[in-house]
Design a protein around this ligand. Structure first.
Ligand code: ADP
Length: 464
């Protein structure tokens, strides 16, 4: 690995500063692991409120006239500050919908990044999701001597804006083309990222294949097929310093084996007023169509008939929340639905449940199943995206696998998997063994960071 390689991460969110989803974890955590490989990494992101950072320069950026943008810095992170555009309650919108000026906001961000690149040293610019899709285009158009990587964390969000806003970009109309940023008469920032980057990655190998199909391509499958020579899937990792049952201060009792795990189940079921002996399903999830709540709602009566208890922690779409709450009322002592964002309860569910259910309709990578494995909680998942790359069907006879998968996206198919899982649960020795096997899977960032390092290296060699 070339010691001097410098990578700039450009992202709209990163822990610990701003987070709406998995992207923030990746953008905030991966640089630490890249540094361990000797890759010098910095981050550029918008400044959503006053962070404890030092102002380092001012830039003039053209966006319907000249805008003054300030750049702040703390450690390895640069913040693009324009309070008028970024100081808001939500990152991209409110519960009522997206901000109407998202096109202006992220065009300003992209142009500020391009201006900032002029002031810092770098070799590779690694952009994430539609909010940064313009950057590979601008790097190429402006003949900036850098290679670009563009990572798709969720193809479902594309940054699509009307043609009337194209002049904001300040680029030639040639780019408004089917082979460019144009998409059914609109602009599509994600598409620009795909076309103009040197390498595209997505967050699991299986999702990299799936998005090339009509069913999961969200209208961009054709473009992705065309550019699949530069498309790679690299699995996300989880941060084992946060997710480790041996050191986790948020769970009831720390553990490294199945007996220790049972203490957590005992406390969790006690708190829920659940019977300890029944198999317990946990879910921690955004409550959204993507996450499989339509089939879950259809299956809940049958799940109860299989003798399971279930605890669901989530936050999101109102209609699903209300329907789930009705089930909680209908099955007292069997179902708990907790509608909130709660880090402590999330850890306790991962530690205290027997099974972790992820019936996602599609799942670019998924963190929940990897976390649950670390806690010895056996995943039951729909075979899709990153779930199919990380969960392998358990075979009691061979003693292989780490969970249960269902093939078709339906309530019936989910029930079948849960029925198999229940059978294994009551084969006590086998279940204990399975849980302990799960705890040993390694989905840390080390492996993913090495794979990103290899891709950067390829580009670095081309550049030098
Ligand atoms: P996505 O990024 O699509 O929401 P992931 O599975 O990749 O799904 O990541 C979700 C992360 O958010 C997991 O770490 C999960 O534990 C956490 N999470 C989701 N909902 C909640 C909640 N209501 N309270 C606490 N943590 C949550």
């Amino acid at each position: 690995m070339a010691k001097s390689m410098k990578v700039v991460f450009v992202t709209s969110e990163a822990v610990p500063y701003a987070k709406t989803g998995g992207l923030a974890d990746v953008a905030g955590t991966l640089p630490t692991y890249l540094e361990k490989l000797g890759i010098d990494t910095c981050i550029i992101m918008p400044m959503y409120k006053k962070y404890d950072a030092e102002k380092i320069l001012e830039l003039d950026v053209e966006l319907n006239g000249i805008k003054k943008v300030e750049i702040f810095r703390k450690d390895r992170t640069y913040f693009v500050s324009s309070p008028e555009h970024f100081y808001r309650d939500g990152l991209y919108g409110t519960p009522a919908g997206d901000y109407p000026d998202n096109c202006e906001r992220f065009t300003l961000f992209a142009k500020s990044v391009i201006a900032l690149l002029d002031k810092i040293e770098f070799d590779i610019v690694h952009c994430h999701d539609w909010q940064t899709g313009l950057i590979p285009l601008l790097v190429r158009r402006n003949n900036i001597s850098a290679k670009t990587v563009f990572t798709i964390h969720n193809l479902g969000y594309q940054g699509r804006f009307p043609k009337e806003k194209f002049p904001l970009l300040g680029i030639e109309w040639d780019y408004f083309d089917i082979e460019g940023i144009e998409y059914y008469g609109d602009m599509n920032f994600l598409k620009a990222g795909i076309i103009y980057s040197d390498i595209i990655t997505t967050v699991s190998p299986n999702y990299a294949q799936e998005i090339q199909n009509y069913e999961n391509g969200f209208g961009l499958d054709g473009v992705l097929r065309k550019y699949n020579h530069k498309l790679f899937g690299i699995l996300n990792g989880i941060d084992y310093s946060t997710w480790n049952p041996e050191t986790d201060a948020l769970i009831y009792a720390r553990y490294s084996d199945y007996e220790g795990k049972l203490k957590n189940k005992f406390e969790l079921t006690n708190e829920c007023l659940f019977e300890f002996a029944r198999p317990l399903i946990g879910m921690v999830s955004r409550i959204a169509g993507q996450k499989g709540f339509d089939i879950l709602l259809k299956a809940l009566d049958d799940i109860m008939a299989l003798d399971y208890n279930i605890i669901i922690l989530g936050f999101g779409e109102e209609e699903y929340c209300q329907r789930l709450k009705k089930f909680e009322e209908a099955y007292p002592g069997r179902i708990i639905v907790s509608i909130k964002f709660d880090e402590t309860l999330a850890h306790r569910i991962y530690a205290g449940s027997d099974f972790f259910l992820m019936p996602s309709k599609y799942e670019p990578c998924g963190l929940g199943q990897m976390i649950s494995l670390r806690y010895g909680t056996v995943p039951v998942v729909h075979r899709t995206g990153g779930l199919a790359d990380t969960v392998f069907q358990y075979d009691a006879a061979a003693g292989s696998g780490n969970g249960f998968l269902f093939e078709s996206y339906s309530a019936e198919s989910m029930i079948q998997a849960l029925s198999q899982a229940r059978t294994v649960y009551f084969m006590t020795d086998k279940f204990k063994n399975l849980s302990e096997v799960c705890m040993k899977y390694d989905y840390s960032w080390n492996r993913s960071a090495r794979q990103y390092g290899e891709l950067y290296n390829k580009l670095f060699i081309q550049k030098t």
